[in-house]
Design a protein around this ligand. Structure first.
Ligand code: PGA
Length: 254
């Protein structure tokens, strides 16, 4: 059975109280015209606009996700947000280990793993992001880096827990740069991830897991990426901030 294509829009540190709601509304209106097609869409706004966006999308089938989570349940962790809080305001998904958090904010594989565990325990669906830096690709270390991030990031998850996880392969050199991995480059890494999952988990679970591609996804490169066997959807940054572009990407992906 073909998996439902999954397109998620990561708004990063963009929008405001007005434009976040407007963007969500425009995306919902566009998606409602795609009735009858089987696909899944999520938007991932900044924390402070989550509730407003959840309210705006309440009559639609678009899910809402958060951009990060903290792994402790509650207490003296100034500035952090727990799984229970995200669940409480209506989040379904949460990004764990986005490259901007790994490379700008110093998140380690161990922290990413604790976030993934906390998300699943709290009833959220983590989207675990992995991907190599440009110097790592040039040094032919892509496989090694991605393998380490997958192995450590998913450490301790059993066959049941892994079914909550979506993986996003986002080569860091392709994020926000206008450089996209070619469909072949992306497929090679997606196939590697799928093979790793099959070794770590039940074969069927590995087949069913969704592996998204992210990194300068645009309407005109979507079809080529989605035609690859192991690309099950897309994690879109910049182009998800324009409703028209995001809707075109959804159309191309389904
Ligand atoms: P981009 O971002 O589409 O702007 O490259 C992708 C991401 O970081 O998820």
């Amino acid at each position: 059975m073909m998996k439902k294509p999954f397109v998620a829009g990561n708004w990063k540190m963009n929008t405001d109280s007005h434009t976040s709601v407007r963007l969500a509304d425009d995306i919902a209106a566009g998606c409602s015209q795609t009735a009858g097609r089987s696909f899944e869409v999520a938007v991932i706004p900044p924390f402070v606009y989550l509730q407003a966006v959840v309210r705006t999308l309440s009559a639609s089938s678009i899910a809402v996700g958060a951009q990060d989570i903290y792994f402790e349940q509650k207490g003296a962790f100034t500035g952090e947000i727990s799984a229970a809080m995200l669940k409480d305001v209506g989040c379904v998904y949460v990004l764990c280990g986005h490259s901007e958090r790994r490379h700008i904010l110093g998140e380690t594989d161990r922290m990413v793993n604790r976030k993934v565990q906390a998300a699943i325990s709290g009833g959220l669906l983590p989207i675990v992001c992995v991907g190599e830096l440009l110097e790592e690709r040039k040094a032919v270390q892509t496989d090694q880096v991605v393998k380490r991030q997958i192995k450590n990031g998913l450490d301790g998850l059993n066959d049941e827990k892994i079914s909550a996880v979506t993986i996003a392969y986002e080569p860091v050199w392709a994020i926000g740069t206008g450089l996209t991995a070619t469909p072949q480059q992306a497929q090679e890494v997606h196939a590697l991830i799928r093979q790793m999952l099959a070794e770590m988990y039940d074969n069927q679970a590995a087949k069913e897991m969704r592996i998204l591609y992210g990194g300068s996804v645009q309407p005109d490169n979507t079809a080529g990426l989605m035609a690859q066997q192991d690309i099950d959807g897309l994690l879109v940054g910049g182009a998800s901030l324009k409703a028209d572009d995001f809707l075109k990407i959804i159309q191309e992906a389904i």
